[in-house]
Write a protein that binds this ligand. Sequence first.
Ligand code: URA
Length: 196
Amino acid sequence: MSKNCNTSAVGSDELIKLGIEGITATILECKSCPLHENATNKVIIRGSERPKVLFIGEAPGKNEDENGIPFCGRAGKVLDELIDHMALEEDEYAMINTVKCRPPNNRKPTQNELRTCRPFLLAQIALLDPDVIILLGNTAEQAFCVSSLKWGEAVITQEGKHLMKLYHPAALLYRRTLMRQQKEMIDKNKKLWQKI
Ligand code: URA
């Protein structure tokens, strides 16, 4: 069941034609919303260009803004721990965010910012073409889904991709109980990426 989750890149065709490098160049030049005004770096992708599993986070934080790399700070260390738990190899995963510029004071991206950046997100998904998309937290879910997914319960999108919502790694930082639950959800779904 798709739960009204739409990862289709209809409307992003022009971006898709540009390829990964062209999209990166376009994002670097983008001034479509005010977030670019305070960005030190645009934060575009970390990982494989042919991932089995694509992680979608919320928005760059301070470290990511400084380095231009998704999940390179404290939340990233937690995500790395989860990736180890999933037994994914270096070339089997990638990480992107719903918006590519850091919102001031780490606030959540607004609906308008999500909407403005969405064509980049959808084109990245189309080009990276993962088998499994893992939405890290509710903001990532809002970028795709009309109705709520259940935590850790995989659905299939209309494009035939497995889609699952897990807790955002920042929520797990000092909460070992949630981390245990997260690992249980991962274990329950591991066939999705292990048999592919
Ligand atoms: N949190 C996110 O959602 N994305 C990052 O890249 C870093 C922290």
